[in-house]
Design a protein around this ligand. Structure first.
Ligand code: ADP
Length: 508
């Protein structure tokens, strides 16, 4: 079956780069779209053609369905990949793409719509026999209805926006007296974020793990799962680090969750790559939601299964049958991904801006960097702060952690604050290393987020480092005059040194 000749990637950053690479490997020509400040971005550089959508704000560029379809028409692209975020979970976009006679590289619009509404998804999953988080399956009429339902359910409860995503419109309520106000706030936030104020209640699980299952379906009715990813390390219900497999699942639990995920996907005739998210607590698991797109953390699954999810997304959209059955999908070793964002972890993950003036990407066995940045790239505030993902794969979890420590030490991004110091501390934390995770990890271990101690660096070491740097600089100048490189291993490590000490060593 012939694949597409040309694909348009309706996204930016690392995921656009990832899709472009998959297309290149499949011999498919590519079209990038971009905003004005992204004119020289890596995804534009890597695509065969590029089309300007508009100015920096997403609403005037990456969210302009009309301009994206016009770009596809102009360039003769046959299919559109939405990546994640932006338009990826807008049913109207999937439908507009298909109405324009193009292929949408994702599920049908009606699947996106059904799973995008949390209460409808819960009703469907309940009907299909997939266990859901205890709670309501319909939106609440008003605050009084919330009070009555919560009294029956027992506290703590979680208010959630039906149209929710990105943690918006979510409120944990422990005290009945706080519920009416929290209901109003959740509703207001949901209206502002999604234009839909429907809110419902779930029981708030107190110490669950977030464990999700990757699924893949073709257009001929086959659905398989590719095991789990554990995404329990979160901040304010947003993922920071993911790993596969989970350190806690037994083979029986893994099989049961995988089967439930396949059942969930089959219930909506799922096609393409998707993720069924569960909360797991004390050996029980509950359906949370389904993400009808490729996810940020897909590389850890690719690492342990050896299956290229992006390529398969494209293949099944072109009508190919899955070339493997459930029994063919193995699980090998352990993989961990760190989300590297332009955020200052010691100032409440405050978004940071700046020009990347130095970038050193780690290499060596079992290390993958999926990034969207280059030296000289200006990081602004218009888009998601994710700069890239550092992914490692090794034989065991312990070996993967050691590899991650090594790779994190080699990764240098200068010119903009990043959350790398947080990851360097996290991977050294005994609770993380022992696999004792829950979605409350950071609440239970706040020391991971405490600022570095001031003046920790020994002034004598500072002086020696400064002298060595100067020596290196002169050496490089001399070497460039005589035609050599002059750089040594020591210089690249020294380039990471700061007056406050080695950035990844934590407080001394
Ligand atoms: P969103 O779609 O806004 O990202 P999700 O439903 O996917 O929201 O939940 C995101 C995160 O919120 C989960 O990974 C988990 O940390 C937390 N969460 C959601 N529902 C519950 C619940 N019922 N109990 C405890 N934590 C929850």
């Amino acid at each position: 079956m012939p694949l597409f000749e040309k694909i348009l990637v309706a996204n930016r950053g690392e995921i656009a780069v990832r899709v472009l690479r998959a297309c290149r490997e499949l011999g498919i020509a590519t079209v990038a779209v971009h905003s004005e400040p992204d004119a020289d971005a890596l995804h534009v550089q890597l695509a065969d053609e590029a089309v300007l959508l508009g100015p920096a704000p997403s609403a005037e560029s990456y969210l302009r369905i009309d301009r994206i379809l016009e770009a596809a028409r102009q360039t003769g692209a046959q299919a559109v990949h939405p990546g994640y975020g932006f338009l990826s979970e807008r049913a109207a976009f999937a439908e507009a793409v298909e109405e324009a006679g193009l292929v949408f590289l994702g599920p049908r619009g009606k699947t996106i719509r059904a799973m995008g509404d949390k209460t409808e998804a819960r009703r469907r999953m309940q009907a299909a026999g997939v266990p859901i988080v205890p709670g309501l399956v319909d939106p609440l009429e008003d605050a009084d209805a919330a009070v009555a339902a919560a009294a029956e359910m027992g506290y703590p409860v979680l208010l959630k926006a039906s149209a929710g995503g990105g943690g918006k419109g979510m409120r944990v309520v422990e005290d009945p007296a706080d519920l009416p106000r929290a209901f109003d706030a959740a509703q207001r936030e949901a209206v502002a974020a999604f234009g839909d104020g429907a809110v419902y209640l779930e029981r708030y699980l107190t110490r669950p793990r977030h464990i999700e299952i990757q699924v893949l379906g073709d257009q001929h009715g086959a659905v398989v799962h590719l095991h789990e990813r554990e995404c329990s390390v979160q901040r304010r219900h947003q993922k920071l680090l993911e790993e596969a497999p989970s350190a806690v699942l037994t083979p029986d639990e893994r099989a049961a969750m995988g089967a439930a995920a396949v059942k969930a996907a089959e219930a909506v005739n799922y096609r393409g790559a998707g993720t069924v998210e569960f909360l797991y607590q004390d050996g029980e698991f509950f359906f949370l939601e389904m993400n009808t797109r490729i996810q940020v953390e897909h590389p850890v699954t690719e690492a342990i299964t050896g299956i290229d999810l992006l390529q398969w997304q494209i293949r099944v959209a072109a009508g190919e049958k899955l070339a493997f059955t459930q029994d063919d999908i193995s699980l090998s070793g352990h993989s961990i991904e760190c989300r590297v964002t332009a955020e200052d972890p010691f100032r409440g993950f405050l978004p940071a801006t700046g020009r990347i003036d130095h970038l050193e990407i780690p290499a060596g066995p079992g290390v993958r960097w999926d990034g969207g940045i280059t030296e000289g790239f200006e990081v602004g505030l218009n888009y998601d702060p994710l700069l890239g993902k550092l992914v490692v794969h090794a034989h065991t979890r312990e070996a993967a952690i050691a590899r991650l420590e090594r790779a994190l030490d080699e990764l240098v991004i200068r010119g903009v604050e990043t959350c790398l110091p947080f990851h360097r501390r996290l991977v050294r934390h005994p609770a993380f290393r022992s696999g004792e995770l829950s979605i409350r990890f950071l609440e239970e271990h706040p020391e991971v987020l405490e600022p570095e101690s001031e003046g920790g660096a020994d002034p004598r070491i500072a002086a020696i480092a400064a002298a060595l740097l100067e020596h290196e600089r002169r050496g490089a100048q001399v070497a460039s005059r005589i035609g050599g490189s002059g750089a040594t291993g020591a210089s690249s490590r020294l380039s990471s040194w700061r007056a406050s000490g080695w950035p990844w060593r934590g407080a001394t």
